[in-house]
Design a protein around this ligand. Structure first.
Ligand SMILES: [Fe+2]
Ligand SMILES: [Fe+2]
Length: 341
């Protein structure tokens, strides 16, 4: 037996527990709206494996088409496959800081939804390429080879933000983290609606419908927490939010629009290859929005977000790429990135 003296021998009640500590023993509820969203998550839960895969005749597509459609799913995975660990990390934070019960539940639901999105990417890629990994896959066509080079560069770039993110989570308030998440969720909800409307293949249509619905709920979670926390936001936090919105624009543009070349580290032929692949996928009935549709969608999502932040007097960054003026933010690096999809 150890000879260390026990606290219980010297005091009637245990000493204060050092904070932040991993778990609360409390189930406080402030935001009723979040209970509705949590219940919708349970009701709307779906399983990518149970989609009508038997209706998908992959052989009816040429190899150029298969590789081009798989490329889009790979591009999406660069964002969606990083989302489960990103939200799991944020979920732990909600327990450490003893967030109310409903916020903890909602973060759990986002983590679970995002894992579904990542599972869906994996199923689509594996079926299209007849191989479970787009990076080690042996391309069969010339465009397939160029798209794989693109995929490798995207993956490399996406990997750069994880260390920064892990450092950012303990540093920022949950309210600041939310502004970054919201950016991704607003844009995601719109793009999946477009993908649903423009896609021909039933299994993809179904998936886009479910993913779009999930993203809509994620957006509603962000809005509810912002309504709770933003009225009292300090100027310092406001400035961080402004910077995060600019960072979010630069980061998410790669999947929602086109990657800004001075922020992303990509080869010169990247955009030309991507446009070519997207055109092949589109011709094959896979609903990737055109350049103009993407631009309109992205601009709409950003204006939406601006509308939300204006309500709380949070300065909006300039986003000249889509014609929005505001505060100049120039020093954004990959390791400043918090946003996810
Ligand atoms: Fe997602
Ligand atoms: Fe999401």
């Amino acid at each position: 037996m150890s000879n260390k003296k026990k606290f219980a021998e010297t005091m009637e009640f245990p000493p204060e527990i050092e904070q932040p500590n991993v778990y609360p023993l409390s189930w406080n509820r402030e935001s009723d709206k979040l209970q509705e969203i949590w219940e919708a998550h349970l009701r709307e839960y779906w399983q990518p494996e149970k989609l009508p895969w038997d209706t998908f005749d992959v052989e009816s597509y040429s190899w150029e088409e298969r590789e081009s459609i798989a490329y889009w799913w790979t591009l999406l995975s660069v964002f969606d496959a990083s989302a489960p660990p990103v939200f799991a990390e944020a979920l732990i934070k909600t327990y450490e800081i003893h967030e109310e019960d409903l916020v903890r539940k909602c973060f759990f639901s986002v983590t679970s939804d995002e894992q579904n999105h990542e599972i869906m990417c994996g199923l689509a890629i594996t079926k299209l390429l007849d191989h479970p990994d787009p990076i080690t896959y042996e391309p069969k066509t010339e465009i397939g080879r160029r798209l794989q080079k693109n995929a490798k560069w995207l993956y490399f770039n996406g990997a750069r933000y994880w260390e920064g993110y892990k450092k950012a989570v303990p540093k920022y308030d949950i309210a600041v983290l939310f502004s970054s998440f919201l950016m991704g969720e607003i844009a995601a909800a719109t793009i999946f609606k477009q993908m649903y409307e423009n896609s021909r293949e039933p299994v993809f249509k179904e998936a886009f419908k479910s993913i779009g619905r999930d993203e809509g709920r994620h957006m509603a979670i962000c809005m509810a927490v912002m309504e709770r926390d933003y009225p009292g936001l300090s100027d310092e936090h406001k400035a961080t939010v402004t910077k995060q919105i600019r960072a979010g624009y630069l980061f998410l543009s790669a999947v929602l629009f086109e990657p800004p070349m001075d922020f992303w580290d990509l080869p010169e032929d990247f955009i030309a290859n991507q446009r070519e692949g997207e055109e092949i996928a589109r011709e094959a009935g896979f609903g990737i929005p055109t350049y103009d549709e993407k631009l309109a969608n992205w601009k709409g999502a950003i204006l939406n977000l601006k509308g939300v932040l204006d309500r709380y007097n949070i300065p909006f960054p300039a986003i000249p790429e889509v014609g929005i003026s505001g505060e100049e933010i120039s020093d954004v690096e990959m390791d400043d990135i918090i946003p996810v999809f």
